[in-house]
Design a protein. Structure first.
Length: 194
């Protein structure tokens, strides 16, 4: 058996050369694009500011964004918390406001991923410019300034309000099999596990 080698023509070398450069450029673009994403906090970095847990728990009043910013709605959620209880930061960030808004004690925190969270009515233990970390006590819950009790927790990205519960990790839901009627607890139905 004779092995024959075929010479590579000049045009084929040029195509291979250009293809190699194209692949290098594509790889460089992917690295530059993906690198900043590696520094973004993932959703698990946020916690419920009323409990410090990575889940919503009970929501007293849910998010109800209006069609237009000037219309009434509820631009956050109300979470159960006793007056005087500590409120924690939902995530790492910088305090951008700690003071009164229309007679309501308010704290706003900017987070590295572009989210701003707001907490009302909360008497601040932090000041504007302070860095905070997730679960750090930022203040105590004050008396309600609306008809709704509890902690009012809001979030937005730019001018768009978002449901702050969406910042929390998605819960894992596990469904268990339904036991047929007439089968006592602790006993598998007939034909199961045999």
């Amino acid at each position: 058996m004779r092995i024959t080698s075929y010479p590579i023509h000049h045009d084929e070398r040029r195509v291979t050369h250009h293809l190699r450069h194209l692949l290098r450029a594509l790889l460089a673009v992917l690295i530059v694009w993906a690198l900043p994403l590696s520094f973004l906090p993932d959703a698990r970095a946020y916690v419920n500011p009323a409990s410090g847990l990575p889940r919503a728990g009970t929501v007293l009043r849910s998010f109800d964004t209006p069609e237009h910013n000037w219309l009434p709605g509820h631009r956050g959620v109300d979470l159960p918390l006793e007056i005087g209880a500590e409120v924690v930061s939902a995530g790492d960030g910088i305090v951008v406001f700690a003071g009164m808004v229309a007679g309501t004690p308010t704290i706003s925190i900017d987070h590295a991923d572009g989210v701003r969270t707001t907490y009302q009515p909360v008497h601040a233990h932090v000041s504007t410019g302070d860095p905070v970390v997730v679960k750090q006590a930022i203040g105590t819950l004050g008396h309600p300034t609306t008809a709704h009790p509890g902690l009012q927790w809001g979030a937005r990205i730019g001018d768009d309000y978002i449901n702050p519960v969406g910042l929390l990790p998605t819960p894992t839901i596990r469904l268990k099999p339904v036991r047929p009627a007439g089968v006592p607890a602790g006993r598998p139905p007939a034909g199961v596990g045999n």
